[in-house]
Design a protein around this ligand. Structure first.
Ligand code: RAM
Length: 368
């Protein structure tokens, strides 16, 4: 672990041309504490890979993140750009004007006109991009999604940070643990249309429905901060006012959890927080006892996730993979196999969610 961490720190210190070459899917981390024990899909296939991506990538590869001004998306874009450039390609990162499908459609239309070779999108809506992405694919552009998926007909393959149910289980178990197994909790999400957050929340709900272990937990509300800091702050304050008996807020978005952490800690609230956060933004709030709002949280390496989107884009353009289940490729991050996804399409999984707690947060806050 120490060695991996040092390599991660070294990589972080090299930001720019960065971590490509020293990255490894294990940098983003093993869930070695059992909190995310449902391994619905493997991180990376250890078997023999048929093709290697990374040799050559002449061409133009586009990334369309969910929104501008979100450090998670910027780190994802850093990883994408560094990987494409290391392979000799040209990376185009085009942020939409807002975290909406409409704004992404405008950006994608312009990328189609520019004649890019591939488009990798973190979707603000699962279905609303279908027409424009079909137009892109009809024009010969390879399409994949990353972080937040488009539906199966709108992509060749999705690059997923971790299994949906792995994340859902880690989150509901954290709520269970932090609440003492009973009482009210709320979810502070991103936008109401975000595919990734909605899938994780649905997974949490299905664990609650199917396992009596969670019978004494009450989900009082799913609030939406739209991945905007101020709106997430306002929504947190509204939850505190509406639910005086609230015990835990779970925020499966890096923007939401950082905003909620500040509100709870500034107010000295007894409500505790967990979810998905960037260590660099959450270090001041993670700790034991009354002075800290967040006992622990989870995430994965957003830089590696962007790089996986890049390697997948190049593999599609080079014809190394089509995106069919069973396709394999090898890249600087490791060996990957395309697997069936729950939505009927296919996906490539980066790794398992990693737990950040008082024992490791100071080490990881420098990395991402
Ligand atoms: C926010 C975004 C992103 C998500 C992370 C956890 O930054 O909503 O899509 O993956 O949180």
């Amino acid at each position: 672990m120490k060695k991996k961490l040092l390599s991660g720190l070294l990589c972080a210190a090299m930001v720019g041309s960065l971590f490509v070459g020293c990255g490894s899917s294990s940098d983003s981390a093993p869930a070695d504490d059992g909190a995310a024990a449902d391994t619905s899909a493997p991180a990376a296939d250890s078997g023999e890979a048929e093709t290697t991506t990374g040799g050559g990538a002449a061409g133009t590869y586009a990334l369309v993140p969910k929104s501008a001004g979100n450090p998670f998306n910027e780190k994802e874009a850093d990883g994408f750009t560094a990987a494409i450039e290391a392979m000799g390609g040209t990376a185009v990162v085009q942020y939409p004007e807002s975290a909406t499908a409409d704004a992404q459609i405008t950006v994608i239309q312009s990328l189609i006109s520019q004649g890019v070779d591939s488009i990798c999108v973190a979707a603000n809506d699962e279905n609303a991009l279908q027409a424009v992405l079909e137009e892109a694919m009809d024009a010969g552009i390879k399409v994949c999604s990353v972080d937040s998926s488009v539906n199966k007909d709108s992509r060749a393959v999705h690059c997923n940070q971790a299994g949906v149910d792995e994340i859902g289980l880690a989150l509901i178990d954290a709520v269970y643990d932090i609440s003492g197994g009973e009482g009210q909790f709320a979810i502070l999400s991103a936008t109401s249309q975000a595919t990734n957050q909605n899938a994780w929340i649905d997974s949490m709900k299905s664990y609650m429905e199917s396992d009596s272990k969670y019978a004494d937990l009450e989900l009082v509300e799913v609030a939406y901060g739209d991945d905007e800091s101020q709106k997430s702050t306002d929504q947190t304050q509204a939850l505190l006012q509406k639910y005086p008996d609230l015990k835990v807020i779970c925020s499966p978005t890096t923007v939401g959890i950082a905003a909620a952490a500040k509100v709870l800690q500034d107010q000295g609230s007894s409500v505790k927080l967990t979810g998905l956060g960037l260590p660099s933004e959450m270090a001041a709030y993670i700790g034991d006892g009354d002075d800290y709002s967040c006992p622990y949280m989870f995430l994965w390496n957003p830089i590696d996730l962007g790089a996986l989107g890049a390697y997948t884009s190049v593999a599609l353009v080079n014809g190394d993979i089509t995106g069919a289940a069973g396709d394999t490729f090898s890249c600087e991050l490791g060996d990957y196999t395309v697997v069936d996804a729950a939505d009927g399409g296919t996906e490539i999984i980066l790794g398992a969610p990693f737990k950040f707690d008082p024992s490791n947060i100071d080490e990881w806050k420098e990395v991402y």
